[in-house]
Design a protein around this ligand. Sequence first.
Ligand code: SF4
Length: 254
Amino acid sequence: MSMNQPLRLSPSAVTEYQNCPLLYRYRKIDKLPEPPSLDAERGTLVHTVLHDLFESVAENRTPPTAIDLLPSRWKAQIEAKPELIDLVSNEKEWLDSAASLLETYFTVEDPKTFEATHREIHLENDLTESIYLHGYVDRLDVAPTGEVRIVDYKSGKAPKPGWEEKALFQLRVYALLYWKNKGVLPRLLQLIYLGDGKLVKSQPTSADLESTEKTLMRVAKDISVSIEKDYWPPNPTKLCDWCFFKKICPAHND
Ligand code: SF4
C-alpha cells in the first residue's frame, strides 16, 4: 500500500486492527482469500430480507411476508456466490434457521408502525487529507419531526454486560459520519440482536462522537506506523479459534 493513498477506514477495519494487527494485514493489506462462513452468509441472507421487507406496504410487513422472501433471496445469494451450494447440505434446515432469526426480529420491533428512510446507506467522509472513513448502515430512520435513529441488525446474541460500549463503537462511527455530513446529531443508536431478541440502545452526545473521532485518529496513526515500518504483531486471544489464518500465523506455528 502506498503511503500517498488515503487510508481507508471503516468501523470493522478499526476493530480488526485493534483486535490483531496481523489479522488486519492478512485481510486488508495482503487481501488473502477466506472461505465463506455459514454464520456470515446467514447474516447476509437475513439482512437482505429485512432490507426488502420495507418494499412491502406497511400492513404487509409481517413474519409470513419476511419468511416468504427467504427462498428467492437465498437463490440470488447462491447465484452470486456458487460455492455456497457446497456449504449448505440441508436447505430446509438452513432456511428454518434464518426464519427463526426473522421471527425474533418481529418480537423486537413492529415494522408496520414506521417507514425506514434509508436502508444499506453508504456514508463516507474525508476525516483528513490522508484518512477516508466510510461504512454501510443497515437502516437509518428519520422521524417526521426530524430525529434520526441509526439501526444495525446482528445475527448473534447481545454482548455480556460491560461489553455494550465496545459493540456501540460501529454505530457511533456511523453517527459521526452522519453528523459531519448533515450537521444533525443522531438521537438514537440501536443494535438489534436477532440471536436472542435483545436490544442495545444509546443516545449519543456530541462528546461521545468527538471521543469516537479521537479513537479513529489514534488507530489511523497506529495503522500508518504499521504500514510504514511493516510491523504487524499478532495478538493471540480467544478470537484465534475463529481465525482462518491460524494455520499460517506465527503466534501459533513457531
Ligand atoms: S490466529 Fe490470532 S494472532 Fe494469529 S492472525 Fe489470527 S487473530 Fe491474529
